[in-house]
Design a protein around this ligand. Structure first.
Ligand code: FE2
Ligand code: FE2
Length: 139
């Protein structure tokens, strides 16, 4: 898999969220590169647990911003569901691998990376625009 890194073009205008996106993009890249190089299971497991923990922390951060405008932000429910879906369709499979139940596939990692960038460029950018209108995010 090709290396990838954070691109400032993907910033949504909330520094706290942009920094988290950048950090998690780096962790996802580490996972993909480690997998491609056949790195030790231990290192893969460590990276997966970071994705699980930091991923939850990141989604909670966004949801905190969303909750402030629960009745006005039009994608509130859909955005919560999308975060939930990421854990059901991606992270749960990674955790199965950690528990020795399943193996990681290139398809799963491709799905993970596509999901991540599409989500940021779609819903998260939309959230950023909304927060800009509310004066919470920088344009
Ligand atoms: Fe996000
Ligand atoms: Fe999000």
């Amino acid at each position: 898999m090709n290396e990838f890194q954070w691109d400032m073009e993907m910033n949504i205008g909330v520094a706290e969220i942009d920094e988290q996106h950048e950090y998690l993009t780096g962790v996802l890249n580490t996972l993909c590169q480690s997998f491609a190089q056949g790195t030790d299971k231990e290192i893969l497991e460590e990276t997966i647990s970071q994705i699980n923990d930091y991923g939850r922390y990141h989604f909670e951060t966004e949801e905190r911003y969303m909750r402030q405008f629960e009745n006005e932000y039009p994608d509130y429910i859909a955005h919560l569901e999308a975060h939930q879906e990421f854990f059901e369709k991606v992270v749960s499979f990674l955790l199965d691998y950690v528990e020795g139940k399943d193996s990681i596939t290139i398809e799963l990692l491709n799905y993970l990376v596509d999901w991540w960038f599409q989500h940021i460029n779609g819903m998260d950018k939309g959230l950023g625009k909304f927060l800009q209108q509310k004066g919470v995010a920088e344009a």
